[in-house]
Design a protein around this ligand. Structure first.
Ligand code: NAP
Length: 290
């Protein structure tokens, strides 16, 4: 096996000489790697293209985190899990320091922002679901600002590999109204703008920054919010709504992330990539012609 490259060619021929063996030094930094979408992406990118995984989570899904760790190791990759709140600038700085120590400069091929921590409720409610300033701040820190904090921390430490891919995750709530989710939608709108501006700033360096939009997938985030009966109903309604007649899965999303990590996806930049399978296309039809 050739010596692992700390530097690979520039953006025109980004991966031409990058080795793919177990000594490949490229890493995926995944915020929210212990469960749901983040865990599925960690497992998928460990297999293809074969990235080591540096994951951050707060420790609420210990079993799922262990399963993800085992799966990454089974793929022959290194995995390091950091238990911390990833939403603050301080945690981004400390996490990036740890990543630099462990992985070295120019090692992060893929950054995925997959943390979920949003308050649901109403802005003007007088009840317990009122969206107080603290909830607004926490939600924006977690769902949007932290994308910037981690990107800044990585760039400051020269952690991004040549032709690195940075990915935020979006849902279809920007297309249609769903009560209680105004704060989530607002924070995702901010994330979308961060993605576009960072794409402009990082584009000349050869990096790509995109937002991957996908429909509802079954993750612990959903089972926190809905009862088992409500989940079954949710699944049925998605089947009726989605042209494919079923919900998308986290594995499908994760496999698509491996595609986005590849050379052929290198022209996506500043894009909101629609992987919703047309989930909201029929809404009007369903309401007006039930
Ligand atoms: N599920 C969907 O239907 C869907 C659809 C479209 C887009 N998305 C987006 O995909 C992303 C992930 O959603 P998901 O449904 O996969 O969520 P999930 O299953 O709840 O997983 C969230 C992950 O983030 C970690 N996490 C949450 N807050 C954190 C924090 N402050 N610091 C560190 N780790 C934190 C969680 O572990 P700990 O709690 O232990 O920290 C867990 O590993 C979100 O941005 C969501 O908006 C989801």
């Amino acid at each position: 096996m050739r010596a692992p490259p700390r530097t690979t060619p520039g953006p025109q021929h980004p991966e031409a000489t990058a080795p793919r063996g177990p000594s490949d030094p490229r890493w995926a930094l995944i915020l929210g790697a212990s469960s749901g979408t983040g865990a599925a992406i960690a497992e998928a990118v460990a297999r293809t293209p074969g990235l080591n995984v540096f994951g951050v989570h707060r420790g609420r899904y210990a079993e799922a985190a262990s399963r993800m760790e085992a799966s990454v190791r089974e793929a022959g990759r290194d995995v390091l899990l950091r238990q911390a709140d990833a939403s603050t600038p301080e945690s981004a700085e400390a996490g990036a320091d740890a990543l630099l120590t462990h992985a070295g400069p120019r090692s992060v091929k893929l950054f995925v922002h997959a943390i979920a921590g949003a308050a649901v409720g109403r802005f003007l409610s007088e009840g317990p679901d009122r969206l107080h300033p603290r909830r607004v701040q926490r939600t924006f820190d977690c769902m949007a600002h932290s994308f910037v904090y981690w990107t800044q921390a990585m760039v400051q430490r020269d952690l991004l590999a040549p032709d690195a891919r940075l990915l935020g995750l979006q849902n279809p709530l920007d297309e249609t109204h769903l009560g209680n989710t105004g704060l989530i939608s607002a924070s995702k709108a901010a994330l979308e703008m961060y993605v576009r501006h960072l794409a402009m700033e990082l584009g000349p360096r050869g990096h790509r920054v995109n937002l991957l939009k996908f429909g509802t997938v079954m993750t612990p985030a959903l089972s926190h919010v809905y009862s088992p009966e409500a989940l079954a109903q949710l699944e049925q309604r998605h089947a009726a709504m989605t042209p494919a007649g079923r919900m998308c899965t986290v594995e499908e999303v994760a496999r698509f992330v491996t595609v986005l990590t590849g050379d052929d996806a290198g022209w996506f930049n500043g894009a909101t990539i629609d992987f919703t399978g047309g989930m909201t296309l029929r809404l009007m039809d369903l309401v007006l012609n039930p």
